[in-house]
Design a protein around this ligand. Structure first.
Ligand SMILES: Nc1ncnc2c1ncn2[C@@H]1O[C@H](COP(=O)(O)OP(=O)(O)OP(=O)(O)O)[C@@H](O)[C@H]1O
Ligand SMILES: C[C@@](O)(CCOP(=O)(O)O)CC(=O)O
Length: 366
């Protein structure tokens, strides 16, 4: 049999509504998978090898020892991939499968080739691609997206220690997802206290939910990049500090965010575009208000222009993700208005990104 590589493609993400609030139990966020991908190729090989093409780390070797994948590199950028490989190989071993030596190669198109970062969820998509590729190659029954999601969430949280996991959900399931987080602290504790991964993935993750939802056909998505990458970690820490120091505005933020996300979701379900846009505007206002209370610019001046222009052309826009730069997202009522908005964005220095929602999740072959 020819030893051809199997390549799978895993989508990146953009947050739509519910940022920060999703870090609290039972609060929902809407996330969208986009049609830019991380590719993972896996192939039987004489030795275990790993290539991270984007970092010019080629033909690294690795071994599975003491329940851990050890990669022959001190480069810290291998950590997410290493933890994902450990998680996938350990899960196979628990299922009495010992994989033959394999070569794994990762390539991402989420960041620009020149190194520009758009904030499309690289680490989550990379981790999900490693889990999906290894499971798809070695599990006799093809794995389901929730298994991929849970293993990828475990690996991602092990490395990152925090985050809602909405990025992992978009990469695993594809499409638009109404998501509530497993809660990183809960998962880390369960991971410490559970004897094996089979048990942990079978267990009920009671905070977690992921439901696919549809975008009404008469809505057009525009994505604008502000040219300034932002640190999600720093912004999250600042908002969590506000929650500790001054809980009242944080509680008020949660209430408004929840109402906003409910409107976005109901608008999507009923194809009620004005309700959807109302929800986006409410969420924009809630994010701006919590940013002001914490004295951090979630809505930067360019994001303000991005959102105001979206409203001027008959739509609604908001920062996507933690804000402070990166991307904003707008929903527009027609193709023509979407086109006009993108031209108006360009005039003020916002780069429209040619991205569309991507229905497929992690298990699709390239
Ligand atoms: N192309 C890649 N190949 C292998 N690992 C990657 C790649 N891109 C990201 N990673 C891993 O994820 C880590 C964080 O990368 P990065 O800051 O780009 O992602 P992120 O935190 O998910 O942010 P963003 O949402 O902005 O993409 C890297 O240090 C590396 O460990
Ligand atoms: C602020 C937050 O809710 C969203 C962050 O989104 P992004 O990675 O900045 O696109 C954090 C999270 O969900 O992990």
């Amino acid at each position: 049999m020819p030893n051809t590589p199997m390549t799978i493609k895993v989508p990146g993400k953009l947050m739509i509504a519910g940022e920060f609030a999703v870090l609290e139990p039972h609060h929902h966020l809407v996330v969208m998978a986009v049609d830019r991908f991380v590719y993972a190729s896996i192939q039987k090989s004489d030795t275990n090898s790993l290539t991270l093409q984007d970092f010019q780390l080629e033909d690294l070797t690795w071994e599975y020892k003491n329940s851990e994948v050890k990669i022959s590199s001190n480069d810290r950028r291998t950590h997410f991939v290493g933890d994902a490989m450990t998680t996938a190989v350990t899960y196979l071993k628990e299922n009495s499968i010992t994989p033959d030596p394999f070569a794994l190669s990762i390539k991402s198109e989420l960041d620009d080739a020149s190194g520009v970062k758009y904030g499309l969820g690289s680490s989550a998509a990379v981790v999900t691609s490693v889990i999906a590729a290894i499971l798809k190659k070695y599990l006799p029954d093809s794995p389901d997206p929730t298994l991929v999601f849970k293993l990828a969430a475990i690996a991602h949280v092990k490395t990152q220690r925090n985050g809602s996991g909405a990025d992992v959900a978009a990469s695993s399931y594809g499409g638009f997802i109404n998501y509530s987080s497993f809660q990183a602290e809960w998962l880390l504790k369960e991971y410490e206290n559970t004897t094996n991964l089979i048990e942990l993935v079978r267990k009920e993750w009671s905070y977690f939910s992921a439901e696919k939802v549809k975008l009404p056909e008469n809505i057009y998505v525009c994505i604008g990049w502000t040219g300034k990458p932002a640190s999600t970690k720093k912004l999250v820490n600042e908002i969590l500090q506000l929650k500790k120091d001054n809980p009242a505005p944080f509680r008020q933020f949660l209430t408004i965010s929840e109402q906003a996300v409910r409107n976005v979701l109901q608008g999507m379900k009923e194809a009620n575009t004005s309700l959807m846009m109302e929800g986006m505007k409410q969420n924009r206002a809630a994010l701006a208000q919590i940013g002001e209370a914490a004295n951090v610019a979630i809505e930067t001046p360019l994001l303000t222009q991005l959102c105001d222009l979206a409203e001027e052309y008959g739509g609604a826009g908001k920062p996507s993700g933690a804000g402070g730069g990166d991307c904003g997202i707008a929903f527009m009522p027609s193709k023509e208005k979407a086109y006009e908005l993108e031209r108006a964005w360009e005039k003020v220095g916002i780069k429209p990104l040619i991205l569309q929602p991507n229905e497929q999740g992690a298990l699709e072959e390239a």
